[in-house]
Design a protein around this ligand. Sequence first.
Ligand code: TMP
Ligand code: ASP
Length: 263
Amino acid sequence: MNKGKKIYEGKAKIIYATNDKQLVIQHFKDDATAFNNLKKAKIEGKGVLNNRISEHLLLSLSQCGIKTHLIKRLNMREQLIKKAEIIPVEIIVRNLATGSLTKRLGITEGTILSKPLIEYCYKSDDLGDPLVSIDHIFEFNWADRKEIETINELSLRINDILTGMFKAINIKLVDFKLEFGRAWNKDKDKNEIILADEISPDTCRLWDAKTEKKLDKDRFRKDLGNIIQSYQEVARRLGIMPEETNIKEVNFGKPTSVKFKKK
Ligand code: TMP
Ligand code: ASP
């Protein structure tokens, strides 16, 4: 598989073309951003851990019948994935109230929700990924009714599977963000909805079940320190710490160059 030109660069990942039109390479960077790019840092080793953790979680989901974009992990920072037309709606699934939900609605931090709550955000860095209603999605043709039905169903199944996986390693899956895309299914001769992007401590809230210690990107958002150690802890509990030799190549140090931009 030949790595071709860069076709997209996001805040935490880069997508490269390959010599196969249906496949691209997803590269995980060490860059971390929060508050819509206002806070930035390089966290050495984060990309390596997210690559490995996301590979593990997506493979586990595909073993449960969820179609994902992942073909295989290529190396420490890269995955070969199916090219998909990303639906510009981020799906947030919440089991406990925290983060923007508590801020927006004044709900008490840590409230256990009676059932998983799904929220939709329009994927736009310029607008700060605003919360939207299902009618916005249809009105502006971001996805159709059938696609949203599929996405909701898949999101709840993913929540069930991941909640169980994390529970088994004493981690509460508090909430997470998913992205879906349309990809060509040559057997069916039509596009289908598949899970895209990544699932990692960057895109989930993961709390230690006993102590409620945060093991995710909130450590960066809230300046709690030990960011990489927490991501490593998640990988260790999942039983997938990167190989000895590779760890030595990566300096899991403190975040460097934390920068704040004025609004
Ligand atoms: P929120 O409480 O800040 O809305 O975040 C909800 C979940 O979505 C949380 O697990 C973090 C994740 N998330 C992302 O993956 N990307 C984002 O840009 C935001 C705002 C949240
Ligand atoms: N990813 C978003 C940003 O870059 C927000 C977040 O994860 O908190 O600002």
